[in-house]
Design a protein around this ligand. Structure first.
Ligand SMILES: [Zn+2]
Ligand SMILES: [Zn+2]
Length: 219
């Protein structure tokens, strides 16, 4: 594979790497990801050893991603409706997987601005719980876009079951320290933070790695 031309200018931007370069870095370390997973053709690695290190998590969604290629996107349900690829952690499933989520471009706040509004009811998630992931703390990188984690606000007290799919993504030393996730958890992407209207985007397997790192670094 050809070397990324962006790499040449690396010295000019020692502090914050531009988003476009960040998407071309190895998922495991700070080097340029010059090879990609041969199966999903998305996740980038600098070397065989980093690919091997990432495999225990990547294997959870590599096949699922291939089953949710752009060709399988459901057709729009009308003006302002679009389906985007997101990541679902279903409480009763053994691992996470990709799903299609419908977004409706709607005037949510009655101020004339149209927001991409995800339709979450079908996933058993009320509007309550929300968290914005904007950086990967393990790698010290800003993310190229915003990941939104949605969950039931009151999952500790509403009878929600322990989320087995999230459990699968946690390192053993984190399992007893982190939040006791329960009920369905869905993660989708926006081009930026939604203080103003920003378009929804598709997530892929490298976004999944950022989600896993977040689940394993938060307290
Ligand atoms: Zn690497
Ligand atoms: Zn893959």
């Amino acid at each position: 594979m050809a070397k990324n031309p962006e790499n040449v200018n690396n010295e000019d931007t020692p502090e914050v790497k531009p988003a476009e370069l960040q998407t071309k870095l190895c998922e495991i370390c700070d080097k340029v990801g010059s090879t990609r997973c041969g199966a999903c053709k998305v996740s980038r690695y600098c070397s065989g050893s980093c690919q091997k290190e990432g495999w225990s998590k990547h294997k959870l969604v590599c096949k699922s991603f291939q089953e949710y290629s752009d060709f399988g996107r459901p057709p729009s349900k009308g003006p302002g409706s679009i389906f985007r690829r997101a990541v679902l952690f279903h409480p009763d499933e053994e691992k996470p997987r990709f799903v299609w989520v419908e977004f409706k471009r709607e005037d949510i706040f009655g101020d004339g601005l149209l927001y991409d509004n995800p339709q979450l009811k079908g996933f058993g998630i009320d509007a309550g719980g929300i968290h914005y992931i904007l950086e990967n703390a393990r790698l010290g990188r800003e993310l190229p876009h915003c990941l939104l984690v949605r969950y039931r606000d009151n999952f500790m007290n509403d009878g929600s079951k322990v989320n087995k799919a999230i459990w699968k993504t946690l390192r053993s030393d984190v399992k007893n320290k982190t939040r006791d996730w329960r009920g369905p958890v869905l993660v989708y992407g926006l081009e930026g933070v939604d203080h103003e209207p920003v378009p929804s985007i598709d997530l892929d397997t490298s976004d999944f790695r950022d989600i896993v790192d977040w689940l394993n670094t938060r307290e």
